[in-house]
Ligand binder design. Structure first.
Ligand SMILES: Nc1ncnc2c1ncn2[C@@H]1O[C@H](COP(=O)(O)OP(=O)(O)OP(=O)(O)O)[C@@H](O)[C@H]1O
Ligand SMILES: [Mg+2]
Length: 285
């Protein structure tokens, strides 16, 4: 593992680019949703517009962001909007449309129409659908893929994509517009194995800028474990195990708002992520 130097940090602070597309990946339960919510809190604190996308079939990002129950109830995952999907793809809700449907449905109005906003964060739920590879390609997945592509290419915001388990929400066509993928792990061999798998899958679909985030750090042994065992990736930073996580969960508040130490650590992760995008541009140009 190698840690970025402090390179372009000052220029980012003075003149932050508006749009930034961050995907968050990692094994189940390592803290993807927690990291996504912390990043959202950080960027909102900087006055930047944030669109958070929950790709988990049983969505949790809203509660991690402290969304109140009435807003969560109004959020319907895209893939459950049968009438909308039928309308946009030229099919019928009962599936009696035959084999043909529009592959490039209109989606540009959907991020604003289907989302809810709380404390400056706009939240959109994708819902469950088999994606990519050998998975199904049905009207719902056509709308979903088009929506993710649109958001990644056209939205002028900080987009945070909580990728749930794998990277399958990112097709090849979309991968290119991911500025940085943060791969999260906890100090366990299994979660580091998943980091290595994600590294391969991400490279297969063309995501080139990956940074490692070590979460649930409780001791210097944990840090040493990461340093000895993590796959070779640049490090964005580490997050300590927070004693306030349970309290945030039970009170329905965001961890960012109650844990100042994590807020500080995530600021460093966000800065390194953004800095790596500048490096990416300069390497590419
Ligand atoms: N730094 C931390 N300190 C304490 N608890 C944490 C930390 N990060 C995550 N957790 C806890 O670990 C559990 C899993 O976290 P989270 O839901 O963010 O993981 P995930 O990767 O999104 O999981 P899933 O794959 O199920 O979506 C939660 O109970 C969360 O509160
Ligand atoms: Mg999650």
């Amino acid at each position: 593992m190698n840690v970025h130097d402090d390179g372009h940090r000052d220029s980012i602070a003075e003149n932050p680019p508006r749009a930034l597309k961050i995907a968050v990946a990692g094994k189940g339960g390592v803290g993807k949703t927690t990291l996504t919510s912390l990043l959202a809190g950080h960027f909102v604190g900087l006055g930047r517009p944030v669109l958070a996308i929950d790709a988990d079939p049983s969505p949790c990002l809203g509660s991690a962001l402290g969304f109140p129950a009435e807003k969560l109830e109004r959020l319907v995952p895209l893939t459950e909007m049968d009438h909308l999907i039928a309308e946009r793809t030229g099919t019928s809700v009962d599936g009696g449309s035959g084999a043909f449907f529009k592959l490039n449905p209109r989606v540009s109005d959907l991020p604003d129409r289907l989302s809810q906003v709380h404390n400056g964060v706009r939240l959109l739920l994708l819902g469950a659908v088999q994606q990519g590879g050998g998975g199904c390609f049905c009207p719902a997945s056509a709308v979903l893929q088009q929506l993710v592509r649109h958001v990644m290419l056209a939205r002028d915001e900080v987009v945070l994509l909580d990728l749930y388990a794998g990277v399958e929400h990112l097709g090849r066509a979309t991968a290119d517009s991911v500025d940085v993928m943060l791969v999260v792990a906890e100090p366990s061999q299994r979660s580091l194995k998943t980091v290595a798998q994600i590294k391969r899958l991400a490279s297969d679909i063309g995501v080139t800028n990956l940074l490692f985030v070590g979460n649930k750090v409780s001791s210097t042994e944990d840090l040493q474990f990461f340093s000895d065992n993590a796959p070779d990736l640049p490090v964005a930073g580490f997050l300590d195990t927070s004693e306030l996580a349970i309290q945030a969960d039970r009170s329905g508040s965001s961890l960012y708002s109650i844990d100042r130490a994590l807020a500080t650590s995530v600021a460093q992760i966000a800065n390194r992520a953004e800095e790596s995008c500048l490096n990416k541009v300069s390497i590419a140009s």
